[in-house]
Design a protein around this ligand. Structure first.
Ligand SMILES: *Cc1c(COP(=O)(O)O)cnc(C)c1O
Length: 411
C-alpha cells in the first residue's frame, strides 16, 4: 500500500462510485449535461475551497496537470524553465513536451530547489521556476517568490508529493501562479489515477482548461474570454473523480495521522552522530510522509542503506536527473528521446549527464529516506513505517535505523 490515502478508503469512496454508476452520464465536459451534479465538478469546487484557490481543474494525472499548468502560463518554444535536479521525471518531461527548454538547478539540504542557484541560472529566456516539493515538504517559497517577483518570472509548483502541505500558513499550490497535483496511488490522497491544477489567475485557468478539453472554453460555454487552443483530451473521469472527492474530504485526517507517525518515529530515532535530518522550510507545514536523514559522509549513508535494505537517494530511479538516460540523450541531440523535437541547429545542446549538478549529486549520495506515510522503493523510501503502523512497529523500525547508523559509523 504505497500512499497513506489508500488506507483510508471506506464506504464513502464506494458510495460515490456507485452514485456514478447509477447516474451513468459523462459529466462535466459534455454538451447535453449542465454538469452541476457530476463528480468532476463537485471535486473541483471542493478542492478550490479546501486549498483556497480561485480555480481547480481536474485532469487525468499529475503529469497532465503539469503540462496543462505550463500551457496555461503560456510557456512554449524558446522559453526556459528552471527545474531542480531532484524531482520526478514528469517535472522535466512536462516542460519538454510544451516545447520549452529545461534548465537544471541544484538542490540544497532541504532536498528542494536552491534559490541561490536558481538566481544564477536565470537568462533572458527564462520564463518560469518550477519548485518541486519533494517528499512532502515545501521548497523555500519565500525566497523563490522574491526572485520570481523581482525578475518577472512565473512560479509553477509541482505539488504531486505534497498535497495539503503549507509554507508559512499558505497552502502549497497557491503560492505560485499555478500548482499541479497528482492523485496516483503513491500520493497523499489518491484516486488511483488523476491529478488537478490550482490557479487563481482566470487566464491561466481558461488556457489550461482549453488545452485539457480540445480547445473549449471552461465548462464548454459557447463564449468566453481568453484563448481557444488546439487542445488535448486530459480530463479526469467521473469514476476517478468520485474517489477523489471522498479522499479530499479525508485529507486532513490523513495528514494528522501521517504527521503523528512521523513525529513518533523521529523522536524514537533521536539525535545521532554524523547525521541530521534534512532542512525543513516549514516543519509544521510539511506532510510528514517521509523522514530524510542527511549524513556527513556518503560512505556512511551507503552503509546504513545496505543494513536496512534501502538505497541512498542518489540511486532512486526516475527522481534524479542523473538517472534519466533519455534526458541525457536528448541533451546530446538524440531525436529518439523526445521524438517530436530535439535540440539541434539553432538550439543549444545541453549537458544533463550525471555530474552536471555536483552539489545535488553530493547531497543525494549522503541522504537516506525512511518512509512514514509513502512507501515507494523508487523514491528511495522502501524502508520504514506507514499510516497503519502500530506504536510498537514504529519503535522497532526506529531501533533498527538507530542500530544501523551507530553500527556503521564512519571513522
Ligand atoms: C507523481 C509525481 C508526478 C506525476 O504524477 P502522475 O499522476 O503519476 O502523472 C509529478 N511530479 C512529481 C514530483 C511526482 O511525484
Amino acid at each position: 500500500m504505497p500512499g497513506p490515502g489508500y488506507r483510508f478508503v471506506d464506504d464513502e469512496e464506494r458510495d460515490n462510485v456507485l452514485a456514478v454508476l447509477d447516474r451513468w452520464r459523462a459529466g462535466r465536459d459534455t454538451f447535453d449535461d449542465p454538469g452541476e451534479g457530476d463528480m468532476v465538478r463537485r471535486f473541483e469546487r471542493a478542492a478550490a475551497e479546501r486549498f483556497g484557490s480561485g480555480h481547480c481543474l481536474a485532469v487525468n494525472s499529475g503529469t497532465s496537470a503539469l503540462i496543462a499548468a505550463l500551457v496555461g502560463l503560456g510557456i512554449g518554444p524558446g522559453d526556459e524553465v528552471i527545474v531542480p535536479g531532484y524531482m520526478f521525471v514528469a517535472s522535466i518531461a512536462s516542460v519538454l513536451h510544451c516545447g520549452a527548454d529545461v534548465v537544471l538547478a541544484e538542490i540544497d539540504e532541504s532536498l528542494t530547489i536552491d534559490p541561490a542557484d536558481v538566481e544564477s541560472k536565470i537568462t533572458p529566456r527564462t520564463k518560469a521556476i518550477m519548485p518541486v516539493h519533494m517528499l512532502g515538504a515545501p521548497a523555500d517559497m519565500t525566497a523563490l517568490r522574491r526572485i520570481a517577483d523581482a525578475r518577472g518570472l512565473h512560479l509553477v509548483e509541482d505539488c504531486a508529493q505534497a498535497a495539503g502541505a503549507a509554507h508559512q500558513g499558505r497552502p502549497l499550490g497557491t503560492i505560485g501562479r499555478a500548482g499541479a497535483f497528482s492523485l496516483n496511488h503513491y500520493k497523499v490522497i489518491t484516486a488511483l489515477q488523476g491529478g488537478f491544477v490550482l490557479t487563481s489567475d482566470p487566464l491561466v485557468f481558461q488556457r489550461a482548461y482549453s488545452f485539457h478539453d480540445q480547445g473549449w472554453f471552461p465548462y464548454r460555454e459557447d463564449r468566453g474570454e481568453g484563448d481557444r487552443l488546439l487542445g488535448m483530451n486530459l480530463g479526469l473521469g467521473e469514476l476517478h473523480a468520485a474517489v477523489a472527492l471522498a479522499q479530499l474530504g479525508k485529507l486532513d485526517r490523513v495528514l494528522d495521522r501521517v504527521r503523528a507517525v512521523k513525529q513518533r518515529l523521529v523522536e524514537r530515532i533521536g539525535d545521532l552522530p554524523d547525521v541530521r535530518r534534512r532542512t525543513l522550510h516549514d516543519p509544521s507545514g510539511e506532510c510528514g510522509t517521509v523522514a530524510v536523514y542527511v549524513f556527513d559522509h556518503a560512505k556512511h549513508a551507503q552503509d546504513v542503506a545496505d543494513r536496512i535494505g534501502a538505497k541512498p537517494l542518489l540511486d532512486s530511479p526516475t527522481h534524479y536527473y542523473g538517472s534519466l538516460p533519455a534526458l541525457a540523450a536528448f541533451g546530446r541531440g538524440d531525436r529518439k528521446a523526445v521524438p517530436f523535437r530535439a535540440p539541434g541547429p539553432g538550439r543549444w545542446l545541453r549537458t544533463y549527464e550525471r555530474g552536471a549538478l555536483p552539489r545535488t549529486d553530493d547531497i543525494l549520495a549522503r541522504s537516506v529516506a525512511v518512509a512514514t506515510g509513502v512507501s515507494d522503493s523508487y523514491l528511495g523510501a522502501g524502508f520504514g513505517v506507514h499510516a497503519g503502523s502500530t506504536e510498537s512497529e514504529i519503535d522497532a523500525v526506529a531501533g533498527e535505523f538507530r542500530r544501523a547508523v551507530l553500527g556503521s559509523r564512519a571513522g
